[in-house]
Design a protein around this ligand. Sequence first.
Ligand code: OAD
Length: 229
Amino acid sequence: MRIFILTGAGISAESGLGTFRDEDGLWTKYDLREVATPEGFARDPGKVHDFYNARRKNAAAASPNAAHHALARLMQSAHQEVTLVTQNVDSLHEKAGTAAIHMHGRLDRATCHNCRATWEAPAIMSPDDVCGSCGRPETRPDVVWFGEMPYEMDTIYTKLAEADLFVAIGTSGQVYPAAGFVAEAKAAGAHAIEINLDPSDVSTAFHEHILGSATRTVPEWVGRVIGQA
Ligand code: OAD
């Protein structure tokens, strides 16, 4: 069986990393146009760096939870071919021992807004830092902002078209193109399962729903998949 898994902020919530749109979520405290758009970066790069420096520090201190570990067990099981795509910029899937496609980039990577060279991000980034490749002071976190193209979309659409099972975990279904993946996978014949605390905005597109916190629901679901193999 070929399984395509999409994760969102909800899978990392119980590791202590805030989500975006829940009560107390990041976008209730910050204006995303100021800190998560190329225009916001052009207006005030210091503010954008401060925002991501704080998030990088939180992410570095966080540990993977039972849901990340369960997905790692699933990916190591010999019976399924699993593609794991995350919208998260933390590295908790990697800390749990799995490789994930980071369609919205990674906090622990830096890039140059000018020449797009990439490197390991230092703990603190600043508008004065210069790019080691082109020498311009245009370094930025290697994260995808609103209005920019997410990473690895060709690979993602190929894997969606091949999937037998599509599973979305901990994502509100409010941000495209990720929110449209369920429709793509279903059009290609996949069965679709949503695992989330609450029904998402695209909930009706799924065949099956598993409601509850990720640390309980994901290990239970993985146990069933591995048990059936
Ligand atoms: P959201 O904050 O929009 O949604 C998080 C989802 O996780 C919600 O549906 C919650 O109900 C659910 N949730 C919260 N705690 C959970 C738990 N313990 N177990 C299971 N589910 C839980 O986050 P995303 O959908 O990931 O993009 O947001 C998508 C994108 O919007 C992000 O990648 C980011 C953001 O703006 C960019 O910055 C480009």
